[in-house]
Design a protein around this ligand. Sequence first.
Ligand code: SF4
Ligand code: SF4
Length: 441
Amino acid sequence: MDKATIVSQVKAAGIVGAGGAGFPTHVKMTADAEVIIANGAECEPLTHVDKELILTQSPLIVAGLKAVMQTTGAKRGVIGIKGKYTQAIAAIRAAMGNDPSLSVAELGNFYPAGDEHILVYDVLGRVVPEGGLPIMVGAVVQNIETLLNIGRALQGQPVTEKYITVVGDVPQPVTVKVPIGVSLRQVIELAGGSRTANPTVLNGGAMMGSVVENLDAPVTKTTKLLLVLPFEHQLSVKRRRTRKDIDMHAIAACDQCYMCTDYCPRHAQGHAIQPHKLILLLASGVAVTDAQMAGALLCCECRTCNYACPVHLSPGDIALTIKRDLVKARVKNPYNRQTEPDPYRDYRRVPMNRLISRLDLAKFDVPAPLTDAVPQFSRVTLNLRQHIGAPCQPIVKVGDRVAAGDVVGQVPDNSLGAPVHASVAGVVTAVTAETVVIEKE
Ligand code: SF4
Ligand code: SF4
């Protein structure tokens, strides 16, 4: 298959980054790259999706990786995976065969090993510039599930399913495959439901996830990990606090010890992000959209600094809310230096086991194997904005009959985005500018 055909099949299949913000994959596939890194780092505590996919779907993942290498002209493909996952490494090596252009990079069990900048440095020894992208040092990073979706797209299959790990205070932690558009509540039921009433659910996990306000919200192409916590769990309490509480607590209690900045993985790359300084500026009454706050634009939202703070403040939450305010106010990032990593970088990494213990999640650190069972659902709600870029426009109307895989939402001409497909066969029962609802007959 030639490059143009591969890119157009990936575009038509509606593939977006399955582990992040949902950037349309076909765009990344047209870059000129030297090396493609498959991100199997399983960054978030308690997640299992990537490892389970590598164990069960390695040949298609490798096919996806080779396709990205072909379209970008990359001569090397490297699969980054934690060294502790020996079975998964054996599975991917078997799928790679003797291909000299492919290799495995065994990663340490640290957080955040899957952050793109950290992964690129750990695999290639190259520092991505401040505010920059891996392509600036010749690399394209693709999530494992994204590569699987590319492998499937080459067989004519669009993105209609999502793999999700459900862990925490549930009877049977599990990794499941569900149609896109089922509710988060239904997915949690597949793990036996929450053990406690009124749980806090973190969509995306303990560190980078966000609190789910509505359990009836639908699964999207980027849903990956649902962490169910009792209402009174310390992380649950901490993550439900208001911004005002978080800021006031920090202003009152921060002693400027610098630990948050010392442990910040992007600061350790030499980047000008200093969470302790953001708190000092807040305490001094500087407006959050002031140019002095612009270092927050370099924050990757990993919350490692929360872990580091000896008095349990949340500098990471402060940095990411300031960052979002700066973006909204269209303050431009003034930092774009090519930096050197801190010489003590490797001594300041956060071991995953220690992080899990500090977050009081050790009792939830159990296997969550991928189940073969394919649950049946009678109704799906397909979000027309599951990606970065312009929302899709519905191309179906109430009463239309659709088959699984039919396009129901299309990207406007000349806009960034990815089409949305029906994830089940049925009848369209509702259409708005935001969603398409399909019910089985
Ligand atoms: S969340 Fe904290 S540790 Fe992570 S990049 Fe932002 S400031 Fe640094
Ligand atoms: S680690 Fe905590 S106390 Fe120390 S500077 Fe950072 S926010 Fe303040």
